[in-house]
Design a protein around this ligand. Structure first.
Ligand code: GDP
Length: 300
């Protein structure tokens, strides 16, 4: 929690503290509730969620009558956690099964942190005692395969790569094939993220998934989104969700934005939980997403 707090952008905890300060005013009049709404909206939590949260808070504050700062904090904490969804299954399925290794596809547009996330995830899994093969299926960005291979060498995972500009699906296929042959636990496939045309992406990602499925089921499709891109990120998310069935979201760069409310809006948009968060460029800066800890960090 201490690390989360120090890693989350300072402006995020300013958001939490701002809400608490507003709620602690002697008189909670219409203007104050409007300020609370505005504060929530600027965090990218979304209109519907803001309305829901404010309605619930208003009702509960009324019932409570006089309120101590601790009570208010508890109230806000509970309501935020409820909104984020305390009961969602946020585990990344990475355990080997009868058909072979767990296969995790990592998807998202260029620059969101896909390759970095794949590398960091490999590190977490290897530290947890898993054997991992990496697939560098982002064959269009020349540096991506090198970058992934560097991560692989660092953590002790072999990287399967193909010729530059080659067929991403064929690299993904080979990576899973190698994973099966070596009997590893998890195959992580970094995919290409050119969002030039939706049909292009659809063909490419759809093909990667279909080809990998010749070996067995795909266990996770993790969509990586850059938290600093706000509503644009949501538009991208929608396009990807139309192309493949997303099973989890990785929200990166939460260290660089005040718009942590995006956690709520993206989950609502896709109906899929945020499973991991990126809190920096370093190897240790990928964390499981835990609503309670996240809200505690926000509220300072
Ligand atoms: P890709 O094109 O989606 O594979 O993106 P990369 O993995 O190459 O990442 C793009 C940039 O974002 C790199 O400079 C990363 O170091 C940086 N990055 C990735 N995740 C995070 C994060 O959680 N926080 C910050 N601050 N930077 C990140």
């Amino acid at each position: 929690l201490v690390r989360l707090r120090s890693r989350l952008s300072r402006s995020q905890s300013t958001l939490g503290k701002g809400l608490l300060t507003l709620l602690s005013r002697d008189r909670l009049d219409e203007d104050t509730w409007e300020e609370i709404e505005d504060t929530l909206l600027t965090s990218d939590i979304g209109v519907a969620a803001t309305q829901e949260l404010v309605d619930n808070l208003r009702t509960r504050v009324k019932v409570l009558g006089t309120r101590t700062p601790d009570e208010l904090r508890g109230l806000l904490r509970e309501e935020l956690i409820t909104l984020i969804g305390p009961d969602s299954d946020r585990t990344v399925r990475s355990t080997k099964h009868e058909e072979g290794p767990a296969v995790v596809l990592v998807v998202g547009v260029n620059g969101v942190g896909k390759t970095t996330t794949t590398g960091k995830l490999a590190r977490v899994l290897v530290a947890d005692g898993r054997r991992v093969v990496l697939g560098a299926a982002d064959t269009f960005r020349a540096a991506a395969a090198d970058q992934l291979q560097t991560w692989g060498e660092r953590v002790g995972a072999h990287t399967v790569r193909g010729p530059e500009g080659g067929d991403p699906a064929s690299v993904a296929f080979d990576a899973v094939k190698e994973g099966i042959a070596e009997g590893v636990d998890t195959v992580l496939v970094d995919t290409a993220g050119r969002l030039h045309t939706k049909t292009g992406l659809m063909d490419e990602l759809g093909k990667v998934k279909r080809v990998v499925e010749k070996h067995g089921p795909v266990d996770e499709v993790l969509l990586v989104l850059d938290a600093t891109t706000g509503q644009n990120g949501l538009v991208q998310a929608r396009v990807f969700a139309e192309v493949v069935d997303i099973t989890g979201i990785v929200l990166t760069k939460l260290d660089g934005t005040a718009k942590g409310g995006i956690v709520v809006s993206v989950q609502r948009e896709l109906g899929v939980p945020v499973k991991l968060i990126g809190l920096g460029e370093g190897a240790d800066d990928l964390a499981p997403f835990e609503p309670g800890a996240f809200v505690d960090a926000l509220l300072g």
